[in-house]
Design a binder for this molecule. Structure first.
Ligand code: AMP
Ligand code: MG
Length: 494
């Protein structure tokens, strides 16, 4: 077979399952348990193309029997991974893929290696009291979030397709089950390292670190201490990731160490929120009673998670070197945060007062609970001496006079920029989307899907993938959210 050719189906993909060649104790081999009445709800041609599938030749419905476990996928070697991790600050030794299976690794025509993971595939050795299933509601939310993040340019897992079913399980009442085929190069979590560390399997820990370096960070192999270099790479990517979350008002909701990818991608979407209003202490997950994962705490929580990851590397790296590395995290986080905020404000040159200008905006935004997505979009439309644009911007504020001083300082600062207004506007539009995935949008799509209508879901995807362009048929999503949006209640239930 020509390995470079695109394939019309999963059965033609080039699988090479390196994780399945690691020691058997690291996972449980398992086949997916079919769902009743499985049917395609959505197919993602962009992710299909990433895998080397030919979206023009492929009939996406033919994916269903393979992903539903009715038919084995030639070359796949499905397994449930063992990992552990800290949940809400406490170590849980009993985690692992309780409802997900790594189906296998695809080497695409460009030679890139991508995992296909099936979420909701039935019970495994790590299911504990769970049913091994994912419901349609949470699967839709994860699918949408992956596309939204990709559209914003924020590192994320994505999905090849969403499969709905006629099988029900107990969550918020009885809910339909679904399957999500998640695609990403990396399913290794901080918790994989914690598992070997806390079970004192230090030889295995080294094998895992070597595997991670070889597969994700090959340059680290050349460093004096490759494992310290690995830690630093993970920290760097994670610092940039959380900075982007903060810039776009993303609240993850369950920032446990088992939900942290060593590739620095947003991973394992649960009760997340993109803020409708800038509320620093916003908690997205109603089960998070101590507000551990509040929006403004995410950078320090991510640092806490990195220190848990660093702890797991202590058998491989002198502790003081890891401690020293950890002290640099906040600086790296701030660097990436300021960089993106300056871009969102259209500030190309760096000036000493920029940090203060940004801090001033965040303070105002919090006081006035501003909708920052709409605020930045209108800011990107502002021309020099544009009074109508200014009126539009001020209209977003419940107390425009309080905003006036900041706007004046901002305009003075802009006057020192070299770029002309049209160029600045174009640059700002590239980082200031017209739309963002708000919870109420996901909710509307879920309600329709529960009624058997997947059109709203599929119609929303192009908007999420390209949130900077105007989508005329869905342009109401650029407006203020409806009143009921604030009442949406999200929990860990998924
Ligand atoms: P999550 O909250 O999705 O990040 O999952 C945390 C842990 O619980 C992981 O080990 C999951 O595999 C497991 N888990 C979550 N939901 C289920 C379920 N319905 N059945 C079995 N295991 C589950
Ligand atoms: Mg998880």
């Amino acid at each position: 077979m020509d390995m470079k050719a695109k394939s019309a189906g999963l059965e033609g993909l080039n699988f090479d399952n390196s994780y399945a060649r690691l020691p058997e104790r690291w996972y449980q081999r398992r086949e997916p348990m079919p769902l009743k009445g499985a049917h395609l709800a959505s197919f993602n041609p962009q992710v299909a193309a990433m895998l080397g599938l030919d979206p023009c030749e492929l009939d996406p419905r033919e994916l269903v029997p393979f992903l539903n476990g009715d038919q084995p996928i030639p070359g796949a070697d499905p397994l449930a991974m063992k990992y552990t991790g800290h949940q809400f600050g406490f170590y849980n030794p009993d985690l692992g893929d309780g409802r997900g299976l790594l189906l296998g690794e695809v080497v695409n025509p460009a030679g890139e290696r991508l995992d296909i993971h099936l979420k909701g595939a039935g019970r495994t050795a790590f299911s504990r009291f769970g049913d091994g299933r994912a419901v349609l509601r949470s699967s839709i939310r994860e699918y949408l979030a992956g596309e939204a993040m990709a559209g914003l340019g924020i590192p994320t897992t994505r999905a090849l397709c969403l499969i709905a079913s006629e099988q029900f399980t107990q969550r918020n009442g009885m809910e339909p089950c679904a399957l999500l085929a998640r695609v990403t190069p990396c399913h290794i979590r901080f918790g994989h390292f914690e598992y070997f560390y806390y079970t004192r399997q230090y030889d295995e820990l080294k094998v895992l670190a070597d595997y991670s370096i070889e597969r994700y960070y090959p340059d680290c192999a050349k460093a004096d201490n490759p494992y310290l270099a690995l830690y630093l790479e993970v920290q760097e990517r994670t610092a940039e990731l959380v900075a982007l979350w903060q810039c776009y008002g993303f609240v993850h909701g369950v920032l446990n160490t088992d939900n942290m990818s060593i590739l620095g991608e947003t991973f394992d979407y649960g009760p997340y929120t993109f803020l409708d209003q800038y509320i620093p202490d916003f908690v997205s997950n109603k089960n998070d009673h101590e507000s551990r994962y509040a929006f403004e705490k995410q950078p320090e929580i991510v640092l806490w998670n990195l220190s848990a990851f660093a702890q797991a590397l202590v058998p491989l790296v002198p502790q003081q070197e890891l401690e020293q590395a950890l002290t640099t995290f906040m600086g790296r986080y701030r660097y990436y945060e300021q960089k993106r905020m300056r871009a969102r404000l259209g500030l190309q040159q760096e000036e000493s007062g920029d940090a203060e200008l940004i801090a001033g905006l965040k303070k105002l935004a919090a006081e006035q609970r501003l909708d920052m997505t709409r605020f930045f979009y209108r800011l990107s439309e502002l021309g020099d001496g544009d009074d109508a644009g200014l009126t539009d911007l001020m209209a977003l504020s419940p107390e425009p006079s309080a905003l006036a001083d900041w706007v004046e300082a901002y305009r003075q600062r802009l006057a020192r920029e070299v770029a002309s207004a049209p160029i600045r506007q174009a640059q700002m539009k590239a980082v200031n989307p017209r739309y963002i995935l708000r919870n109420y949008m996901a909710e509307e799509v879920i309600r329709a899907a529960h009624a058997g209508d997947y059109r709203p879901l599929n119609d929303l995807l192009p908007l999420l993938r390209d949130p900077g362009s105007i989508h005329p048929n869905l342009d109401h999503y650029a407006q203020q959210p409806p009143d009921w949006a604030g009442a949406i209640c999200l929990t860990c239930s998924s």
